[in-house]
Design a protein around this ligand. Structure first.
Ligand code: PLP
Length: 392
C-alpha cells in the first residue's frame, strides 16, 4: 500500500457505517436483520420537499451556485435559526455546506493547529474526535454518565480547560446520548466560557427540532448574545426533515469563521448540490407542521423502548430527551462478553438486531439503539434482544 498522509493515518473508517454495512450484507444474504444501527429517520422525505427538488430540475437549476449557498437558502436558513433556535441571524450570517458534517470539518480544519486542544463530551458522535485528530488537534474527552442523563456540569468543563483549549463541542440533543441541555445548564456553561476567552464553542444543534421536552430549544448563541462571536451553531435538514441523502447543512456564527470555512470549501467541494439547496429551501421555509406529528410518533416509540430496555435485567438507559437513540448501559452483564461491547453487539446481530457498540462513541459497556423504525419492527427487535440476553 502506498504511504498515506500522516493526517489520514490518525483517523479510522466510521464504525457506525461499518455495522450498518455488515447488517446490509447479512440482509442481502437473506438474513432477517432489523437494522437499528443507522443514524437516520425512517420517515419519508416530505412531499413538498420532493416537489421542490423536481421543480428545480425542471427549471434547469443545475449549475454552480455561490460557494456559500444560494441567497434563497441562506435566507431560509436564517429564518430557521431565528424561528427554531432563537438566534438573531440574517442571510449574511449563514453558510450552506454538504451536510452538517462538512461544516464541522471545515470549522475545525480552518482553526486547529498542531497541539490545540478540543474538549469533546463523551460518549460522542463518531466524527468529532476523528476530525480533531485529522486536523492535528488533541481530543480532550469530557466524560458524561448515565446517572446524569449523559450531561456534563459546567464545572467538569472548566476543569479541562487549559491555555491550549481552542474549542469545546456541544451537541444538544445529543447523538448517541439523547441528552438535551436545558437553559440553566447552558447559562452555567456560559459563565465558564466568559472566564476563558480563548475557547470557541461549536454547538451542533442538528437534532434541535427532534426534542421531546416540550420546552423551546435552548442554545448558547441565542441565550448569551455576548458570546455570539465565539459560538458556531451547526444545523441542517438531514435529521429533522428526513433528508440525509440530500447532503445539506446550514451554519451560523462569526463572519470571519464563515469566510474561513468558505475559503476551504471553495477549494474542495465547492457549493452544495443546487437541486438539494432548492429542496432545503422548501424544507426550512415551507410548512413545519408535520414535525409535531413526527415528534409525537418518535416520543411514543422512545417511551416503549426505554420501558422495555430497562425491564431487561442488566440493561439500563436514561430517558433520552431528544434525537432518536437510546444509549444502553450493559455493564452488569458485560462479563458474559469478555467486557467487549463489540461482542455484545455481534451477539445481538446473531439474534437479528443491528446496534452499535458504545465503544464506537468513546464509551464502554453498552450500545446505541435507534428508535427511528416502525413500532412493529421495534417491538420485534425488543423481543429478539430479550431472547438474546435473558436466560442465557
Ligand atoms: N452531527 C451529529 C450529532 C450527527 O449525528 C450527524 C449525523 O449523523 C451530523 C452532525 C451530520 O449530519 P449530516 O448528515 O447533515 O452531515
Amino acid at each position: 500500500v502506498p504511504p498515506l498522509s500522516h493526517a489520514l493515518q490518525r483517523i479510522e473508517a466510521s464504525s457506525t457505517s461499518a455495522m450498518t454495512d455488515r447488517a446490509r450484507i447479512l440482509q442481502a444474504d437473506g438474513r432477517d436483520i432489523i437494522s437499528l444501527s443507522v443514524g437516520e429517520p425512517d420517515f419519508a422525505t416530505p412531499p413538498h420537499v420532493i416537489a421542490a427538488a423536481k421543480d428545480a430540475l425542471d427549471a434547469g437549476d443545475t449549475r454552480y451556485t455561490s460557494v456559500m449557498g444560494t441567497t434563497q437558502l441562506r435566507e431560509a436558513a436564517a429564518l430557521h435559526f431565528r424561528r427554531d433556535l432563537g438566534i438573531a441571524a440574517e442571510a449574511g450570517d449563514v453558510i450552506v455546506t454538504a451536510g452538517g458534517k462538512q461544516a464541522i470539518f471545515e470549522a475545525l480544519a480552518a482553526t486547529i493547529s498542531a497541539g490545540d486542544e478540543v474538549i469533546v463530551p463523551c460518549p460522542w458522535w463518531v466524527s468529532y474526535p476523528q476530525i480533531v485528530r485529522f486536523c492535528g488537534g488533541k481530543v480532550v474527552p469530557l466524560l458524561t454518565h448515565p446517572e446524569n442523563g449523559y450531561r456534563f456540569d459546567a464545572s467538569d468543563l472548566e476543569a479541562l480547560i487549559t491555555p491550549k483549549t481552542r474549542w469545546a463541542l456541544l451537541n444538544s440533543p445529543g447523538n448517541p446520548t439523547g441528552a438535551v441541555y436545558p437553559e440553566g445548564m447552558l447559562h452555567a456553561i456560559a459563565d465558564v466560557l466568559r472566564r476563558h476567552p480563548q475557547v470557541m464553542v461549536l454547538s451542533d444543534d442538528i437534532y434541535a427540532p427532534l426534542s421531546y421536552t416540550g420546552q423551546d430549544h435552548a442554545t448558547l448563541a441565542a441565550l448569551c448574545p455576548d458570546l455570539k462571536d465565539r459560538v458556531l451553531t451547526v444545523s441542517g435538514v438531514s435529521k429533522s426533515h428526513a433528508m440525509t441523502g440530500f447532503r445539506i447543512g446550514v451554519t451560523t456564527g462569526p463572519r470571519w469563521l464563515l469566510e474561513a470555512m468558505t475559503r476551504l470549501q471553495g477549494n474542495s467541494s465547492g457549493n452544495a448540490a443546487s437541486i438539494s439547496q432548492a429542496a432545503a429551501v422548501a424544507a426550512l421555509a415551507g410548512p413545519q407542521d408535520f414535525l409535531a406529528d413526527w415528534r409525537a410518533i418518535l416520543r411514543g416509540r422512545r417511551d416503549m423502548m426505554v420501558e422495555r430496555l430497562n425491564a431487561i435485567p442488566g440493561l439500563s438507559t436514561p430517558m433520552p430527551d431528544g434525537a432518536f437513540y437510546c444509549l444502553v448501559n450493559a455493564a452488569p452483564i458485560m462479563d458474559r462478553f469478555g467486557r467487549d461491547d463489540n461482542r455484545l453487539a455481534l451477539h445481538l446481530l446473531d439474534h437479528g438486531v443491528a446496534v452499535v457498540a458504545v465503544s464506537a462513541f468513546g464509551g464502554r459497556d453498552g450500545f446505541r439503539i435507534s428508535f427511528a423504525a416502525s413500532e412493529e419492527s421495534l417491538r420485534t427487535a425488543m423481543d429478539r434482544i430479550e431472547k438474546a440476553l435473558i436466560g442465557q
